[in-house]
Design a protein around this ligand. Sequence first.
Ligand code: HEC
Length: 472
Amino acid sequence: MELPYYPINDFGPVMKGLVIGGLGIFHVFLAQFAIGGGMLMCYFQWLAAERRHALARQFVSSYFQYLVLFSFVLGALTGVAMWFTTIQLSPRTIGLMVDQFHWIWATEWTFFVVEVVSGYAFYRYSAQLDDRSRMRLLQFYTVAAWGSLFWINGILSWQLTPGTWSIEQPQLWGGFFNASFWPSLLFRTVSSMATAALVACVVINTMPNASRDQRKELINKTANFMIPMVLMPLLGAWYLAVFPDDSRSWVLGGSPAMSLFMGITIGASLLIGCYALIGLFFQKLYINGATATLLCALAFGATAGAEFVREGVRKPYTIRNTLLSNSITPQEVAHLRQIGSVTNDPYPLRGAEQLPTEQLRLGARVYRFQCSICHTPSGVNGLTHLTGSWNGEQKRLMIAQLQMTKPFMPPFAGNAEELEALVQYLEWLSADRPPQWPTRHDPQILQQINEWLIEAGTATAVDKAAGRGPAE
Ligand code: HEC
């Protein structure tokens, strides 16, 4: 059983998981704008064809320019950037995802291609087309855009709730149509529609030859697209209900960061929803460009919070029960405890010459392999901040029993020498990287670490609490 090692890039004081998460938030927001935008365009094209609003046609053209500019250009750039960062930070996870869902990714890409081609065709030729063809093209665009969400949603929701799929019995459709598939798809569809409508309110304010009354009418029409937001509490509760128990407990208070983000998402969505329903739908208020932009920013905040929670609750896994966050499988932990986690890691350490001893270099490599996806040395979620006030013994115990220290961390997957090297590395960092540092190989300490490691076992906290071995 030889586990694969990959070169892992380093992003300085920014946590690696945060790099993927941060990019993901932008990408999701832009993608949802593209999806909801398509639906909104179809609706306004229909209004135009039925001659229900004088400016509907002009609106479709101006909105589409924003759609192309933002969602095509930035969406494509952040999409490529996502691939580029995930292969540098979590190659084993993305590799397994591509491996298992090969044809589904391919299908998703096909939909994406149709989306881009029909969108570009509309952008380039819509002025020359009659209403029927314009509608056709927009329908193509919309089905393709929503379709790519449909496909990707199955893969992303599978990471948290893998359904009847397992690595031994990889049932493709059982994994794809997993427990969180539908709540996640519906929730995203509703938030796509709301996002598109909010952007529409900004765009309407930029239309040069529309009178205030005409703008107001257009805005009231877009408000229809925010009405489905009343379903959000229900869909959100459904989503939360199908979370694994431990993941749900993080959100409901177990992890202050996640509870806070969840709170921000709910609060921001509630504010937007109330404004849309009471102000725009019932009172038919006008909304100016500045307010509309502010609401868009609020929607971005809501999306950011929701994505943060979605990525966060997967811990300690990137693929539930199959791959831990640090790209080690639950079954490999016991083996790595025997042979050492970085014994076979062939990749050189960046800046190795700045570390005074071999033990510190070992510690740095253990940190890189097992901890760096969620921690930095002294930046975001920095280990020197978290352990700065602890004495050596405390550090050894807490790291040896990592999954019990915080149940969303994976079990420590190395041997006692590696753990001691990691502790020395943390103490050296906390001491401000002095040029000299003693090497410690106290057999009594190593013996104690070993006992703690055995006591903690190799299963995650959830499996351990349920009396199971590593993800049986
Ligand atoms: C899956 C992501 C993840 C991995 C991998 C991970 N950690 Fe953590 N760790 C966290 C999070 C999140 C926290 C919580 C920080 C907080 O409470 O503010 C944390 C907290 C800690 C704490 C503080 C615990 C406390 O009770 O205050 C220590 C110490 C720690 N981690 C050490 C490590 C070490 C050492 C490794 C590698 C062997 C590691 N972690 C791997 C996510 C992770």
